[in-house]
Design a protein around this ligand. Structure first.
Ligand code: CP
Length: 321
């Protein structure tokens, strides 16, 4: 049995829900990453634990997802939970049922964990106030995507061994990205030196107050970077034209081999996915030797196992109190 199960019961998170990284301390983040590291091996061996036997996890996704939904499903199952994936398209949401009514209906079935993705910022927090189970935010509007930031952090720590003084360039559509927001908060808190690089139209209005270095040119922002994190253009959240054309965007902002050569020689390339090849990233880079994009996906399962385990520990302690 892994150290993870031997330590089962030790509290990791002080909160009942995981809504964002904004409320997490350095100690909580470190403990989650350490636990996830143990789950990497469990996951690689495709072992099924019984830590969450008798627990029920419902995945409620109002927006499309490949990586997050499937990895939450695998994570819950590898921990021994019963996992139900709600297909919103074929649920009564299609008949006009509201987010709250849907969640309260599911809550009446006594789940332990509700994993929710929603197009509106604040949806996960609202649900957390209305249901009796633990809520995990799997991405809410432009707000936060905490488990993505945690899996990105785990990937970076595995390659760089630390966060202090690691220069991380987050490039592309920062303005509409919950991934960027969660990563900026988490990586800066852990001591990394975070830069954002984007055309001025795709920078958030509060860029200067984020505590990061801001660049509007890849050529200026990439030199010295240890990590180059590319982001997709979030067209589904754009309410106007933010770039002249995808072709021009790629010409000035796309990551190709020449631009990557500006970063440090051992810089790694990350992307949360889904990628738009030939828009923000060249296939030669996405599939090249410095890309850790597939590893990010693998870390996603381990991190989500750690988060589910951590919240389930709190439920157990609550029930025993
Ligand atoms: N990174 C991410 O959230 O991917 P999905 O939309 O596929 O879940």
């Amino acid at each position: 049995m892994s150290a993870a199960s031997a330590q089962h019961g030790t509290p990791i998170l002080s909160t009942r829900h995981l809504i964002g990284v904004a409320g997490l301390s350095v100690a909580e983040i470190t403990a989650l990453l350490d636990l996830a590291e143990e789950y990497v091996e469990v996951s690689r061996q495709r072992r099924k634990l019984e830590l969450l036997k008798g627990r029920t996890q419902i995945n409620l996704f109002f927006e499309p997802s490949t990586r997050t939904q499937s990895s939450f499903e695998l994570a819950g199952k590898r921990l021994g939970a019963d996992v139900l994936n709600m297909s919103v398209g074929t649920s009564s949401v299609a008949k006009g049922e509201t987010l709250l009514d849907t969640a309260q209906t599911l809550n009446a079935m006594n789940p332990d964990l509700l994993v929710v993705r929603h197009q509106h910022s604040g949806a996960a927090e609202l649900l957390a106030q209305k249901v009796s189970c633990a809520v995990i935010n799997a991405g809410d509007g432009w707000h936060e995507h905490p488990t993505q930031a945690l899996l990105d952090a785990l990937t970076i720590r595995r390659h760089k061994g630390r966060f202090e003084h690691v220069v991380i360039a987050i490039c592309g559509d920062i303005r509409h990205s919950r991934v960027a927001r969660s990563n900026i908060l988490l990586l800066a808190r852990m001591g990394a030196q975070v830069r954002i690089i984007a055309p001025s139209t795709l920078l958030p209005p509060n860029a200067a107050r984020l505590g990061v270095e801001v660049f509007t040119s890849m050529e200026e922002g990439l030199p010295g970077a240890d990590v180059v994190m590319m982001l997709r253009l979030q067209k589904e959240r754009m309410d106007g034209a933010f770039i002249p054309s995808e072709r021009e965007y790629y010409r000035f902002w796309g990551l190709n081999e020449q631009r990557l050569a500006l970063a440090k020689e051992d810089a790694i390339v990350m992307h949360p996915g889904p990628m738009n090849r030939g828009v923000e990233i060249d296939s030669v880079v996405a599939d090249g030797p410095r890309s850790v994009i597939r590893e990010q996906v693998e870390m996603g399962v381990a991190v989500r196992m750690a988060v589910i385990d951590a919240l389930a520990r709190n439920l157990t302690r609550e029930a025993a109190a």
